[in-house]
Ligand binder design. Structure first.
Ligand code: ZN
Length: 300
């Protein structure tokens, strides 16, 4: 058995994992006071939840093979170098947990973790060449060629959310302008649509999905159309660069399975002007594990 930790912009989740099964899990949302010393809060919650899960399962250290962490941002040498949505830099989370619990801890970028889970157990299992796109707060990616996760030597690479798709475009949290994720992440869509709807504060994913379908709100419909067009451009770029057999859409966008908005995207991708490549459009599949892919993949 292994323990997976999913670190997000606003929450931390810890799960007891056996292959692709989550046997037990705990969640904690960060409140404003946690953010004042976010490093300390993350370590405190992670350790408390790991200990709780082990106690409940009557487990001792020797029964846990590994603790794996899926974290947003740039990871190198088991350290979070930079995670802009957590306002973190140079954070040795693994070392802190290792020292306190005396167990082996590994960390990797969350989109790579989620991609690994889908490749090993989920929607990408039968494909050799595939691209995983995690569409949520930002946009992350993982690329597989001949069944292997592509990994640069120094950092994680494949930061597909920060490829520029609009010159002098919208400001991205990374400092650049016109990044893919400033147009085609769920966060970007949510921010624009909730403003039109006059909502204050955060709304649920379900509320957003339902409101995107209200046809008589022309402003909302324009935002949905723009969002889908930018997603199509980004996906078309990835098809031309990697020529994958399949593209898997994950993150909170995976919850659009069965929603007419996903059907509209699939139709757009089939259009002639999506790609240069002569091959047929890759299979577009939805992440089997949806938002759980990260916590499962953290153990891989
Ligand atoms: Zn960016």
């Amino acid at each position: 058995m292994k323990i997976g930790i999913d670190l997000g912009g606003s929450h931390i989740g810890v799960g007891l994992i056996n292959k692709d099964k989550i046997l037990d899990s705990k969640q904690r949302n960060f409140v404003d006071s946690d953010k004042k010393n976010i490093k300390k809060s993350i370590v405190k919650y992670a350790i408390a939840m790991i200990e709780e899960i082990m106690k409940e399962g009557n487990l001792d250290k020797n029964q846990i093979e590994l603790i794996g962490i899926a974290s947003p941002g740039i990871i190198s040498n088991n350290t979070i170098i930079k995670a802009t949505n957590l306002s973190l830099s140079e954070f040795c989370l693994c070392q802190e947990i290792e020292e306190k619990l005396g167990m082996k801890v590994q960390i990797r970028n969350d989109a790579k973790c989620a991609g690994l889970a889908e490749k090993k157990y989920g929607s990408l299992k039968k494909y050799k060449d595939a691209v995983f796109i995690c569409i949520g707060t930002g946009i992350g990616g993982a690329v597989f060629m001949n069944n292997k996760l592509l990994e640069p030597l120094r950092y994680e690479g494949f930061e597909i959310g920060h490829m520029i798709i609009e010159k002098n475009g919208r400001q991205c949290s990374c400092g650049k302008k016109g990044c893919f994720q400033a147009y085609a992440s769920i966060k970007a869509l949510k921010e624009r649509v909730t403003k039109i709807l006059g909502e204050r504060g955060d709304v649920s994913g379900q509320y957003l999905r339902e409101n995107l379908l209200i046809k008589d709100n022309k402003q909302v419909q324009k935002e949905v159309e723009d969002f889908l067009n930018y997603l199509k451009i980004g996906i078309g770029n990835l098809i031309d660069i990697f020529e994958p057999e399949a593209i898997c859409l994950g993150g909170s966008f995976a919850y659009y399975e069965g929603n007419p908005i996903l059907d509209r995207l699939l139709k757009k991708i089939e259009e002639k002007d999506t790609k240069f490549s002569v091959g047929k459009v890759p299979d577009i599949v939805i992440a089997k594990y949806k938002n759980d892919a990260g916590i499962i993949g953290a153990t891989l």
